[in-house]
Write a protein that binds this ligand. Structure first.
Ligand SMILES: Nc1ncnc2c1ncn2[C@@H]1O[C@H](COP(=O)(O)OP(=O)(O)O)[C@@H](O)[C@H]1O
Ligand SMILES: [Mg+2]
Length: 388
């Protein structure tokens, strides 16, 4: 799938933009603070409804304006066209957002998720490797939500029950320190909540385990290509279940996961009462990235970690392409500045074999690509984009 046309109105530093990108590689060159990341942000929002950098969506509206609009025309690989647009209207303190597909409103955000297969790499993605588990969990959840409606529902329901359970513990746990307890009638309610938590949570874990297995090989393939290396990557899921519980063959079965999850909740019962929150479950899980037996968070150089993060994003695109049966769109924000020349050239060569790419950079030597029909260059300057 690729963007045939994009139109922005009052989006960040763009007053009005009309862009007809190339179906292959689009390179956006410009100094700092000209609107390169803003453009990628608008495309990312079309695929997920959310920005990757802010929570307060009113910041997307150009200063001194009261509305913004992102409009796009996409063509799928089988030549089927569609139009996706999102509008925000600010009235006083209230901000209204509307999402449209071919002029009909989409009621729920989850209806938008499967519409545009798209992945984004930003320099901050180094945190996928270096930071705590939140980023890695989000990586799995965002990818799985895009490719599976069922996962999206299970995750949503899990988070809802988790919230109810924590609130319940806050309200009804009696006593302090080690003397904490629940009255019997409340213990019965907790059992019901546990059952629901285990049901949705085990389904979430099962899908994460499956996708990790697929991701492991694809990430290794990209990483080894980018770094001309031959490492064997191992992605292993980490949770607070008893040690080795997930190494067993039965870990691929929902009934087994439910059993282990329920036992772990039971084991953590006193701890949960004490903390008035839930200590085990997919909301606390993580995954480890190892090469042989080395944890790459600790042992890889910054450059290797960056290549690994990039490989994770390219793997995300590949999985979407496999699932949707068509090429995913790839957004790469400022990724060349951090790669050496050799790696940059390898990456550009590789991108040629993928779908539509939007790549931003502050400097780019076009010499190697001049006359190559697969590349189009644009200059970005103060919220205006011109083809070079
Ligand atoms: N809501 C907004 N209205 C107007 N300008 C904005 C808004 N949000 C951000 N900007 C401007 O956009 C510019 C940053 O654009 P960005 O795309 O991040 O730059 P870069 O080209 O370095 O990637 C800054 O000059 C910032 O002031
Ligand atoms: Mg930028």
């Amino acid at each position: 799938m690729f963007f045939k046309k994009i139109s922005l109105k009052n989006f960040r530093n763009y007053t009005e933009l009309e862009l007809e990108p190339h179906a292959k590689i689009n390179v956006f060159v410009g100094h700092n603070a000209q609107g390169k990341t803003n453009l990628l942000e608008s495309l990312y929002i079309l695929s997920s409804s959310k920005s990757f950098r802010i929570k307060d969506e009113s910041e997307l509206i150009r200063w001194d304006c009261n509305f913004t609009e992102i409009d796009s025309w996409l063509q799928s690989d089988d030549c089927f066209d569609k139009r996706i647009s999102i509008r925000w209207l600010q009235e006083g303190r209230s901000l209204e957002r509307k999402i449209f597909k071919d002029d009909s409103p989409l009621k729920r955000v989850k209806d938008l998720l499967p519409e545009v297969p798209l992945t984004l790499f930003v320099p901050g993605d180094l945190a996928l490797i270096q930071a705590g588990p939140i980023m890695r969990r989000r990586f799995l959840d965002v990818l799985l939500c895009k490719i599976s409606r069922e996962y999206c529902d299970n995750l949503y329901n899990y988070q809802k029950v988790l919230h109810q359970r924590n609130k319940f513990l806050h309200l009804y746990v009696r006593g302090t320190d080690r003397e904490v307890s629940l009255e019997n009638k409340h213990r019965d309610i907790l059992d019901v909540l546990n059952e629901q938590l285990v049901d949705f949570g085990s389904r979430v874990i099962l899908e994460r385990l499956k996708i990790l297995e697929t991701l492991q090989n694809i990430i290794a393939e990209f990483y080894n290509y980018l770094s001309a290396d031959e490492i064997e990557l191992n992605l292993s899921y980490i949770c607070k279940f008893p040690k080795n519980a997930l190494n067993k063959e039965e870990a691929g079965e929902i009934s087994y996961l439910k059993k282990v999850f329920a036992e772990s909740l039971e084991k953590n019962y006193r701890q949960d009462l004490y903390n008035k929150s839930t200590q085990v479950g997919p909301h606390r899980d993580d995954f480890l990235i190892k090469a042989k037996d080395y944890d790459l968070r600790l042992f890889a150089s910054q450059g290797q970690q960056r290549s690994l993060a990039l490989a994770m994003r390219l793997a995300e695109a590949k999985i979407m392409s496999l699932q949707f049966g068509e090429e995913a769109i790839i957004l790469l924000d400022d990724c060349l500045s951090e790669l050496d020349e050799n790696r940059s050239n390898l990456l550009l060569k590789y991108l040629l074999s993928l779908g539509q790419v939007f790549l931003t950079t502050t400097q780019f030597s076009m010499d190697n690509f001049y006359g190559n029909d697969n590349f189009v260059f644009f200059n970005v300057d103060s919220g205006r984009i011109n083809r070079l």
